[in-house]
Design a protein around this ligand. Structure first.
Ligand code: 5AD
Ligand code: SF4
Length: 462
C-alpha cells in the first residue's frame, strides 16, 4: 500500500501520470499557490504523496525574500539527495519566487533540476513535465501575464474550514530592500467576480473563514461586473454579504494605503476578524525614507489609533527589519519606542538581508552583524512580552473560535483559532471540526491557550 493524501492506494492501481509531492516555503501567497498546484496536478492525472519519498515529480515552491529562505531550498534538495529520496529519475520542478529570481541560473547551480517555473507560470506545470519527459532537456519558463494563471487553473479543491483566496498578484511599491516586485512582478488585481466565485466555491465546500491575500491588498483595484474599478473596501462588503462567510481576514495591508474607507469597513463588518497585520518595518523616519516607505512613524501611530477607535479589540501585528544599511542606535531606539507606543501583538522581525538587484543592495552597510543580532534579540524579547500580555488579557473571556482540527498533542482535544488569531485547544467531539463554537479561556500558555467548550448542543445549532 502507498500512503497518499486523503486516500490509500493498492499498489496494483495503475497511476496514469505518476505521483507528485509539493514542498512549500515562505508566505501565505506561496501556500495558496501550492494548493492550486495540488489541484492542477491532481486534475491532470497525478496522485499526491504526503512525503517526497518515491514521488515521480517533486515540486518546490520557494521564497526569495531573504537569503536564508533561498538557501533552505538548496539545502533541502541536497539532504533529499543524500538520503536517496531523490533519484536520477525524479523530475524536480523548482518554482516560486526563487524560480523567477534566478531562472536559468538554477540549472547552472544544479543541472539535475528539470523544470524552473515562477509564481506566474505555475499553471503550465503539467505541460512542462510532459515536455521534459519527452525531451529530457531542462524547461525554464518564468514569465506570463499576472492573471493568466488564475484563468487556467481548475476549480479549487476541498480546503478545510479556512481558505486563502489571492485577490491580486505582484507589488508595485518598490520598497528598496524588497525582491518581490522583481519575482512576482507589478501589481494586478483579479476581477471582482472571479474572487467572489472562488469564495462561493469554498463556502459550498464547507469553508467558514476566507483569508484574502495579496502583497499589498489595500491597493486592490479589481474590475467590477459593470467595468468599474472596485477598491478593497467594496470587495470586503461584497464578500461579507455572501451567505456562509463567517470570518474574513485580509493580508498584507500596507500602511501606505490604509484609507478611511477600509477602516470604515472594519468598523461596519463584524465578520472581519479582530486581528490585522500591518508591516511597519522601522520606527525611524530616516530609515523609512531610505526604504522608500511612504509614511512616517507618527502617521503609522495615527493609523493605529483610528483602527482601535473603529475596532477597540483589534490585535495589530507587524513586520520589522533590523539593521537596514546605515541604521544607527538612535534609529533602532525609535523602532523600540514605536513598539512600546503601539504595543504590537505577535509580530515578525528579521535582520536585513541584501537582495541582489534591489536598490538597497547598493547602500553602504557599516553595521556589524553581531550588533544587528543583539538589536534583533532585544526587539524580539519586547515583541514577545507584548504578545504574552495580549494572550493573558484573554484569560477568563469567552471566545468564538473556528475549529481547525484535532490537536497534535492529544486526539481527545480539538485545535481552534480565535478571531484575534490565537490557538485554543479544548476537549470536544470530532464532529465540531469545521464549526464555529464558543469556548471559555481557562488557561493561557506561552503560545496557545486552553479552553472549555460551552454547551456543544447549543454550539452545534448555531
Ligand atoms: N531583508 C529582511 N527582511 C525582508 N523583508 C522583505 N525583504 C527583506 C529583506 N531584504 C521582510 C519585510 C516584509 C516581510 C515579508 O519580509 O519585513 O514585510
Ligand atoms: Fe516588498 Fe514593499 Fe511590496 Fe511589501 S510592499 S512586497 S515590502 S515592495
Amino acid at each position: 500500500m502507498t500512503e497518499i493524501t486523503g486516500i490509500r492506494l493498492n499498489s496494483n492501481v495503475k497511476l496514469q501520470m505518476g505521483t507528485f509531492h509539493v514542498a512549500v516555503w515562505g508566505c501565505q501567497m506561496n501556500v495558496y499557490d501550492a494548493d492550486r498546484i495540488r489541484d492542477l496536478m491532481t486534475a491532470s492525472g497525478y496522485v499526491e504523496l504526503k512525503e517526497p519519498n518515491g514521488a515521480d515529480v517533486i515540486i518546490l515552491v520557494t521564497c526569495a525574500v531573504r537569503a536564508k529562505a533561498e538557501d533552505k531550498v538548496f539545502n533541502q534538495i541536497g539532504s533529499w539527495r543524500h538520503k536517496g529520496i531523490i533519484s536520477d529519475d525524479t523530475v524536480i520542478a523548482f518554482g516560486g519566487c526563487v524560480g523567477s529570481e534566478l531562472a536559468h541560473q538554477i540549472i547552472e547551480i544544479d543541472p539535475d533540476i528539470a523544470i524552473v517555473f515562477g509564481p506566474r507560470t505555475a499553471h503550465r506545470l503539467p505541460a512542462m513535465v510532459a515536455q521534459f519527459r519527452a525531451t529530457r532537456e531542462p524547461v525554464v519558463d518564468v514569465t506570463a501575464e499576472a492573471l493568466e494563471k488564475f484563468d487556467s487553473l481548475p476549480e479549487q479543491g476541498q480546503r478545510g474550514p479556512s481558505a486563502f483566496v489571492t485577490i491580486m498578484e505582484g507589488c508595485s511599491n518598490n520598497c528598496t530592500y524588497c525582491i518581490v516586485p522583481h519575482t512576482r512582478g507589478g501589481e494586478d488585481s483579479r476581477p471582482v467576480q472571479d474572487v467572489i466565485d472562488e469564495v462561493i466555491t469554498h463556502v459550498a465546500n464547507g469553508v467558514k473563514e476566507i483569508h484574502l491575500l495579496g502583497q499589498n491588498v489595500n491597493s486592490y483595484r479589481g474590475m467590477g461586473p459593470d467595468g468599474s474599478i472596485v477598491r478593497l473596501s467594496t470587495l470586503l462588503y461584497e464578500i461579507a454579504a455572501i451567505d456562509g462567510v463567517e470570518r474574513l481576514r485580509f493580508t498584507t495591508s500596507n500602511p501606505m494605503e490604509f484609507t478611511d474607507d477600509i477602516i470604515q469597513a472594519i468598523a461596519d463588518l463584524p465578520v472581519i476578524a479582530d486581528s490585522i497585520h500591518i508591516p511597519v518595518q522601522s520606527g525611524s523616519d530616516r530609515i523609512l525614507q531610505l526604504m522608500r516607505r511612504d509614511y512616517t512613524a507618527d502617521s503609522y501611530r495615527e493609523l493605529v489609533a483610528k483602527l482601535r477607535k473603529a475596532r477597540p479589540n483589534i490585535f495589530i501585528s507587524t513586520d520589522i527589519i533590523v539593521g537596514f544599511p546605515g541604521e544607527t542606535d538612535e534609529d533602532f531606539a525609535q523602532t523600540m519606542k514605536l513598539v512600546d507606543d503601539v504595543k504590537f501583538d505577535a509580530s515578525f522581525s528579521f535582520i536585513y538581508s541584501v537582495r541582489p538587484g534591489t536598490p538597497a543592495a547598493d547602500l553602504e552597510d557599516n553595521v556589524p552583524l553581531e550588533h544587528k543580532r543583539q538589536n534583533l534579540y532585544a526587539l524580539q524579547a519586547k515583541l514577545e512580552d507584548y504578545a504574552t500580555m495580549y494572550s493573558q488579557s484573554l484569560m477568563g473571556t469567552r471566545q468564538r473560535v473556528l475549529v481547525e482540527g484535532i490537536s497534535r498533542k492529544s486526539d481527545q482535544e480539538l485545535k481552534a483559532r480565535t478571531s484575534n488569531n490565537r490557538i485554543v485547544v479544548f476537549e470536544g467531539s470530532r464532529d465540531l471540526v469545521g464549526q464555529m463554537v464558543d469556548v471559555d479561556i481557562i488557561k493561557v500558555m506561552s503560545h496557545t491557550m486552553k479552553g472549555q467548550l460551552i454547551n456543544s448542543a447549543l454550539n452545534l445549532s448555531n
